[in-house]
Design a protein around this ligand. Structure first.
Ligand code: HEC
Ligand code: HEC
Length: 260
């Protein structure tokens, strides 16, 4: 009797340990996964090493519970600035776990203890320029994916920012879009991008990204640049897969021993 049940018991114990580890991770956050999320969502404004680009520098934080302050700021955003609210509860795109992981990354990485994940470099796709639109849409695709996709989506479908893959209800969409991109939309998270307005993009880059945006609506599925090297699956994904496998093994063992 004892021998018969010891194996499933052992497996169940292992599973409990795994669940415990996963729970502990929710509490503290996984800095490795957070680094990837930071690069995808935050580096565009805060820089890869948190030194600041459009957003504030994230290098040092005063406070007793830094991690809690960070999580709160990231969840809610900073009203009246371009810092968006990121939590799903506030209409943003990130889960509580995502935010805990990013906070863990900010605390550890910018304390100087961890290497910082690099920004992906994009390979320019070949895109036919539209007639009568200045600017190079291929170069614009690269600008778009490094700066705009975070809010407007990979395909211009919209995320924190509006849908850009659409018909523009103006006579001359190119100068209209270029002006919006240069100046930003005050009172919204849409930053001013032109270097003349304190942003990080040159006039030529804005012309290029405008040309790219205009290929998004009339030409279905304009080619998107691919990151040069896709990373391996994240630690969390790996753990979840491991958990699923463990559950399947336990169920299998229980069925097997019931039958025997
Ligand atoms: C569109 C640009 C933009 C993006 C994208 C962005 N931020 Fe910010 N963030 C800002 C700006 C601007 C501020 C400064 C707001 C202020 O205080 O006026 C800021 C402030 C912050 C602060 C508070 C800094 C301080 O010193 O109080 C934190 C923390 C922060 N951001 C984290 C993040 C994280 C994490 C992400 C990604 C999930 C992110 N931000 C994405 C622009 C951005
Ligand atoms: C932090 C998020 C964020 C980033 C990054 C961002 N945008 Fe936006 N964008 C927005 C939001 C939000 C709006 C809607 C503003 C409003 O009207 O309330 C917007 C609006 C726009 C519009 C006007 C859309 C319309 O229907 O009128 C254009 C064009 C645009 N963005 C282009 C860009 C380009 C190009 C980039 C990259 C260089 C970029 N955006 C980066 C958030 C962002």
């Amino acid at each position: 009797m004892r021998a018969r049940y010891s194996l499933p018991l052992l497996a169940a114990f292992g599973l409990a340990l795994f669940a415990g580890a996963a729970f502990a991770q929710t509490e503290t956050g996984d800095p490795e996964r957070g680094g990837q999320l930071f690069v995808e969502n935050c580096a565009v404004c805060h820089g890869v090493d948190g030194e600041g680009r459009i957003g504030a520098s994230l290098e040092s934080f005063p406070g007793i519970d830094v991690s809690a302050t960070l999580r709160q700021t990231i969840s809610r955003g900073v009203p009246g600035s371009v810092m968006p609210a990121w939590s799903e509860a506030k209409g943003g795109p990130l889960s509580e776990q995502d935010i805990a992981d990013i906070s863990a990354y900010i605390v550890s990485a910018f304390g100087g203890t961890q290497p910082i994940a690099p920004l992906p470099t994009y390979q320019a796709p070949v895109i036919q320029p539209l007639p009568s639109v200045a600017g190079d849409p291929s170069a614009g695709a690269v600008v778009y994916h490094a700066n705009c996709a975070v809010c407007h989506g990979d395909q211009g479908q919209g995320r924190i920012g509006r849908t850009l893959a659409k018909e523009w209800p103006v006579n001359e969409p190119a100068p209209y879009i270029a002006r919006l991109v240069s100046d930003g939309v005050s009172g919204s998270p849409m930053p001013a991008w032109a270097s003349s307005k304190g942003g990080p993009l040159s006039d030529e880059q804005i012309e290029d990204v405008t040309a790219y945006i205009l290929t998004l609506s009339p030409v279905e599925g304009a080619p998107t640049p691919t990151p040069a090297s896709p990373g391996p699956i994240s630690l969390t994904t790996g753990l979840i897969l491991l958990g699923v496998v463990a559950v399947l093994i336990v169920i299998g063992l229980i069925v097997y021993y019931r039958r025997a």
